[in-house]
Structures are given as C-alpha cells and as structure tokens.
Design a protein around this ligand. Sequence first.
Ligand code: ZN
Length: 585
Amino acid sequence: MSALALPTSPSAFAKATWSDVAPYFDELATRNLDSSNIEPWLQGWSTLEELLTEASARAMIAYTIDTADPEKEADHLRFSTEVLPRVEERSVELARRLLESGYSTPALETTVARFRTQIGIFRDANVPIFAELEEHSARYQRITGGITVEWDGVEKPLPQLQPFLKSSDRSVRERAFRASNRPYMDLRAELSALFDQMYDLRQRAAKNAGFDNFRDYIFPAKFRFDYTPADCERFHEAVERMVAPAVERILESRRQRLGLDVLRPWDLAVDPYRPKALRPFSNAAELVSKARRVFDGVDPLLGAQFQDMIDEGLLDLESRKGKAPGGYCETLHYQGKPFIFMNAVGLVDDVNTLLHEAGHAFHAYAAHEQPLIWQRHPGSEAAELASMSMELLAAPHLRQPVGYFAPEDALSARLEHLEDILLSLVHIASVDAFQTWIYTSGRGGDAQARDEEWLRLRSRFERGVSWEGLKEERVARWYRQLHIFLYPFYYIEYGIAQIGALQVWRNSIKDPVKAVGRYREALALGAVQGLPEIYRAAGARLTFDAEPIGELVQLIEDEIGSLRAKLHSPAGSQSANKARAANRT
Ligand SMILES: [Zn+2]
C-alpha cells in the first residue's frame, strides 16, 4: 500500500466514525518499512494522531461549553467511547512495529522507553478488567455527581457550599462543613463496597502483569522511571518532619488571629484578614485583560502567547448556564495551541486557576517545538511543574495597576496562597501514604481497616486542628478524594511538582529574568528528557529529601512572616481589626 494522503485540517475528522479513521491505521500497519522510510512513516503516524486528538479535543471543548446541545454531546461521546479507544489499540500495534524496527534517535529514546514499558505490561486478560474498572469509575461519578444538600430550604450541589465555608460567621461555616460531609457519611457503605470491587480488580490486573501488587504495577504503568516507591516513602517522612510542624505553626497563628480557643475543621477556609471575600475582577473581559498584563510582566513572550490565545478565541472563562463544571487546559496538537476552559465567577480562586492553567498553556506552546506528538507531553510531575511555577512566578505582578489586587489585598491573597501550599503538601502525603498502604498491606480490601488507617495517617500528617467528635467526618474525607477511586496513585505528582515549583520561585527571588528563562527552557524540552533533566533545566532538583524540602518550608515561613508583619503594620491594621471583630463568634 502507498501512503494515504492525510487531511490538512482536524475539521476533516469532526464527524468521523471509526470506519473513517481505520484505513489510515491499516495503511500504517501494513506499509513496508525499512531504514529509508521509517522517518516519514513515524511523521505520518504522529500527524494522524495530532489530527485525531485535536478533532477529539475540539469535540470535548464544544460539548463542555454547551452541554445542552445533544449533537455536541453525541460528537464528544463518539470520540471518547468509539474512536479514541480504537486509536489507542491501533497505536500499540504501531508502537510494536517501531520497536521491532530497532529505529531510535536520542530525542526518541524517552518515547521508545514508554512504548516498550506499555507493551511489556500489557496483558489481554487485563482488557476486560480495565473496562470493568471504567464502569465502576463511572458509577462513582454518577453517585457523587448527583449529590445535593438542602441549604436554607434550597437544593444545592456541593461546590455551591464553598462560599459558606469561608463565611466570617462561624456558625454558618460549621453548618456548611457538616452539610457537605453528611452525604459522604451516608454513602459510606455504598462507596466502600464499590471501592472493594475496584481494589480486587486492580490487584488482579497487577498479578496478571506479573507484579506483587497494584502499587508495583502503577510505577511502570505511569512511566515513573525516575523515582521509586522508597522515594515516595522518603517524601512522606520529609513532609511529616518538615511540613507538618510548619502547618501547625500557621494554624496556631490563624487560631490567635481568629480569636478562638481551639481551631476546628470549619475554621480553615475563612480569610482571617478579610471579612468579605475579595472581588478581583467583575467580568471575563477584565479577568483576561489583566492576565495579559500580568503575563507580560512575567515575560513579554508569555504575554504575547496569551495575546495569541485571546486573538484566536482559545479562552472560555466565565461561568455560564449550560457549561460543564471545573476548569482545564487542553492542547490542540495539530495547531500547536492550547485552549483554557474555566467557570470564573469573580473570586480569588479564579485568578489562581487561570494562572495555573496558563502555565499548562505556555507548556503546550513551548513543547510544540518538538516534532513528534509523543515528544511533547511529559508526565504530570513535569506538567504540574509548569503550572505551579507559573502561580508563583506571576505572584509579584498581581498588584494594581497591572494586576487584580489593591496593595493590601495582594498581601493577603499571597499569604493565603503560600499557606495553601503547605496545607496541600500534608494532604498529598496522606493521600499517597494511604494508597500505598491500601495496595501493599494486604488489608486494603477490608473497609473497616481502611477507614482506621486513614484516621491514623491523618493524625500523623495533619496537626493543629481539633477533630474531636468528628471521627466520621474525618473518615468521609477520603471518600471525597476522587483520585483514590478514579485515578489511583495520581497525587504525589502534585507534591513532587510543588517542590520543584518552589525552587523555581526561590530562583526568581534572586533573578526573575533568569528564572523565567530557565522555566521556558524546561518547558521546551517537552518529553524528550527524563524528569531529573527537565527539573535541572528549570533550575530545580527532583528531590524527596527532608533537608532540601525543609529549606523551602523555611523560605515560605519567612515570606509568610514578612507578609503578616506588613498586614499588621498601621496601614493594614484598620481592616485587619475589622476582620478580627467580624470573625469572633
Ligand atoms: Zn494542573
């Protein structure tokens, strides 16, 4: 067979069914290969995957923007349930051809290693197991997605309780906290029975592939070539030793600031400096135009890329009726451009989300310089390094007149961000330690033992809050952590990336221009280097050790101290006093 001419736009595949796509794969699977034509073959395969993933991404974007349109829903479902699973299947077949050819180049080595691992752990017997797991995942999403609570006589979905968790009225916060945990406490039997089944299936899949347990399987399955389970356990210890005590100090200061005898779980989200939530922007146009100036301040090239997203209509940021919940950044691989989707309503969190997603977007622009699709997407440890670093690199530019916040508000927003980083690290460590225990202790299939282990790990990592009388609420927390159900072991990546991002931030304090330059160089590597090399390019070290993590914690605490001092100074005291008065209950 001779090479089939590929379409020149993803729109050619917009309505494609599998039968429209299959001939291209058939041809790639049967073309005679030798050393003279392997490169154009590889390029053709990559372009086909670009076209298909972009067509699929466009269908997904269109649907999430307008979930009420049945045609858009049908297009999205056709890609996600019919076309893409077959594409994946046929891609494995082509990957085998590549491996058999023995062809490689230095820039292709990481791709070949991934293909080899993927094929090495593939078992026919696991195909129905993973299909069954998909069904259980869908069931978890159906059960939890349908949760509503009655709030002041109105049925509300859980995310809408968020503002009440931040209320300056303590009794409102407590009521919101209890109301948001109640459904998970009531669902505990159903969700733990569901998890029992998922646990069994995962352990069985691991055994089929020749591993002792699912934890040992997941490391190659997630292409974790550059760190081991022992590194993760060292990370847990480092967080326990270095981060947990810092969190305890931060929470003690919060307790004093709020004027409380004891801090309860419903006292964690309220801003102790601002009785009313900040409104950093009033509409999407303002969110976007300020972001453009912020990124320009970080680096003119990044500002220009963001301008390109504005010009090309690659942003849909404001919350509207009919949009799917959440936020994401999706790469359009053929064009080499990203798309950002969000549900902004005017809060500080929306600004943080946009900064985060823009980090992913800048990664997509930079990595598109790599010629083949597989050379662009590193794992989440590097992807989240891009997004979490951007949150920190953009922080000095968020003040008015350039950015979103009045000078004093910028201080408290920044304080909240830094505190959140430390709080999230202890959460990450407990989620990862918990999943490790589940799949390696031999007792992870016992629902009672699981809940007890979760409580034990929570008290190991999470200090400074009194959970007295709230045992069931504390247990409910892990049932809410959808990763444990849907994306097992996907969590420590956030911790690894955060430690990297804090190093990028530390570099930027000394030399912002150089730090951003290295950040961009790391992003441009895409997936052609290993994790340690990508981190090194960014000016960071991939580390799991207590000492370097402790240094970063110290840096955060110093910064928090100086922010607090500024907030306490005479210029900041008036509104701070008001905040204190409002928070006292
Ligand atoms: Zn992200």
